[in-house]
Design a protein around this ligand. Structure first.
Ligand code: HEC
Length: 158
């Protein structure tokens, strides 16, 4: 019993060391600063983007729930709701502030969801849909690793 506990503790220590080593390599330690590119937006623009983001999260919740039940039709519907039809007219002012790469990734995610919806309906294969979804979520990850939104406390007045 005791030697088992020691072995476990040793294994945990090893894992911890491995984790620390991995951290120093991949720079995944708890950050004390945020060096992602800043999107300098006003509060309304920020709210518009974050609302869309929460619609993604909501849509993914519905989509994964449907896939878990092998309900490909409902999964397709949830996916389609995150497709081009979710895109609203982006005011010109805001568009000017969004880097091209940001817009490219955003567009690409929406068109992926349209494609996933079509494939879910035609292939009716939940695990194929999950694989496609995972590929698209990689784009969410990518964009979040690159950009942050900052809102000035006071309008700079220009
Ligand atoms: C084109 C870039 C981009 C893409 C693609 C993207 N996001 Fe975001 N998302 C952002 C930015 C920028 C923020 C704000 C991050 C910050 O300021 O720290 C954000 C914030 C969020 C938030 C927080 C919302 C809130 O109210 O605070 C959620 C949830 C989110 N994203 C989910 C997703 C999901 C899920 C996907 C993929 C389906 C996705 N996002 C794709 C750029 C993106």
């Amino acid at each position: 019993m005791k030697s088992q506990a020691i072995a476990l503790a040793a294994a945990l220590a090893l894992n911890l060391n491995a984790a620390i080593a991995a951290d120093t390599h991949t720079d995944h330690h708890v950050p004390d600063h945020d060096d992602r590119v800043v999107l300098d937006l006003n509060p309304g623009e920020r709210a518009m983007i974050l609302t869309e983001m929460r619609m993604f999260l909501d849509g993914l919740q519905k989509m994964t729930g449907a896939l878990g039940k092998q309900d490909l039709q409902a999964a397709a519907e949830a996916s389609r709701n995150m497709g081009q039809k979710m895109v609203h007219e982006v005011p010109a002012e805001l568009r000017k502030k969004l880097p091209q790469e940001f817009r490219r990734l955003g567009f690409s995610v929406h068109s992926d969801f349209d494609q996933i919806a079509l494939d879910a309906e035609s292939m009716k294969d939940a695990s194929a849909t999950l694989n496609q979804l995972s590929g698209t979520l990689q784009k969410c990850v990518q964009c979040h690793s690159m950009y942050q939104i900052q809102t000035p406390a006071h309008d700079a007045g220009h």
